[in-house]
Design a binder for this molecule. Structure first.
Ligand SMILES: Nc1ncnc2c1ncn2[C@@H]1O[C@H](COP(=O)(O)OP(=O)(O)OP(=O)(O)O)[C@@H](O)[C@H]1O
Ligand SMILES: [Mg+2]
Length: 316
């Protein structure tokens, strides 16, 4: 399989007054064509920042300090955002409630999105077909609606339709299951899988809900404090997590099922800005004094797996 997307040593900070907040700290991974990747990790670990960087949707106070993002030989970070957004990569944002203008009908939003495309196809016909594929019984009514007339789950599917209509190579869905109740979560997982098959689009699914990832994704990136702690095949990671942080995430799965967010895990200082050793050292069950607190761990490759942890640094 050919490589679709390469993220290489990405470092991003946000400027906030006189401070700089480190959001991504040397993130590298690859997605092959047709593959789907989950990005998991608790609040503040840098998941949305990573998604927004790839989709060229970072806010103005974000500073890309280092790194490259390449898709199909296109240097994403040095291209015009308009040549990327929607065409190559679409992102469904975390806050779907504020993603669409309250003054425009859904039909107008589809027409605006397609305005630059010069396509001969009937846009609203095409939108209606995609909405029907996504499970809407009466797509015409949805097209005539304003955003406030739709529920969070409906808006999510409308935004998915808007993401699909230009047929990008990659769709990034930020917390697609957080707006909906448990039964609908399964529904969204099924819809995302169907979209992937039908439209042959790769996906990045950003989620707190590690439990859904093997049903949706081939690979998982586990993030903590802006770093990838573990990266590998979804099923292998869930069955046999190596990094102590991944173990903690997976052990909390039964509780995650009743919570939409990750507050179940005690949070001390996820947004650690200054640490000498491993960012997870102060919360780690396998903490080794004199090593984890003073030396930055290196990545170790174990089969398909990449893991950032001193426990594995000497094992191959
Ligand atoms: N616009 C911003 N300005 C300043 N700091 C920001 C901004 N957006 C994010 N941050 C900070 O960057 C870090 C990473 O945030 P990010 O939103 O990427 O995390 P996340 O993993 O998506 O969290 P969540 O699960 O809560 O959505 C955090 O420390 C956060 O406070
Ligand atoms: Mg986020």
């Amino acid at each position: 399989m050919e490589t679709l997307l390469t993220v290489d040593d990405l470092k991003i900070s946000y400027k906030s007054g006189n401070y700089y907040i480190k959001a991504l700290d040397g993130v590298s991974f690859e997605i092959k064509e047709g593959e789907s990747l989950a990005i998991v990790g608790e609040s503040g670990s840098g998941k949305s920042t990573l998604g927004m960087a790839i989709a060229r949707l970072l806010p103005p106070n974000a500073i890309i300090e280092k790194g490259r993002i390449v898709m199909k030989d296109i240097d994403i970070l040095n291209s015009k955002p308009d040549s990327i957004r929607g065409k190559l990569i679409s992102m469904i944002p975390q806050e779907v409630g504020t993603a669409l203008s309250p003054f425009h009908k859904i039909s107008t939003v589809f027409e605006d999105v397609m305005a630059s495309e010069n396509k001969a196809t009937n846009i609203l016909n095409e939108a209606s077909k995609i909405l029907a594929f996504l499970g809407f019984k009466d797509p015409e009514r949805i097209l005539k609606s304003y955003p406030h007339e739709l529920s969070g789950g409906m808006l999510q599917r409308v935004l998915l339709a808007l993401a699909i209509i230009k047929r990008p190579y990659l769709i990034i869905a930020d917390e697609p299951t957080s707006m909906v109740d448990a039964p609908l979560r399964i529904n969204i997982v099924e819809i995302l899988n169907a979209v992937r098959k039908e439209f042959n689009i790769s996906m990045i699914i950003i989620t707190h809900d590690i439990a859904i990832t093997p049903h949706l994704c081939d690979n998982i990136v586990v993030m903590y404090a802006g770093k990838i702690m573990e990266y590998g095949k979804a099923k292998e990671i869930i069955d046999n997590p190596l990094n102590p942080y991944t173990k903690l995430l997976i052990n909390s799965i039964p509780r995650i099922k009743t919570a939409t967010r990750f507050e179940v895990i005690e949070r001390k200082n996820t947004q650690i800005q200054f640490y000498k050793g491993c960012p997870f050292a102060d919360r780690c069950e396998s903490f080794m004094k004199g090593i984890c607190d003073i030396t930055i761990p290196r990545y170790t490759s174990l089969g398909n797996r990449k893991v950032l942890c001193h426990l594995y640094n000497d094992k191959k």
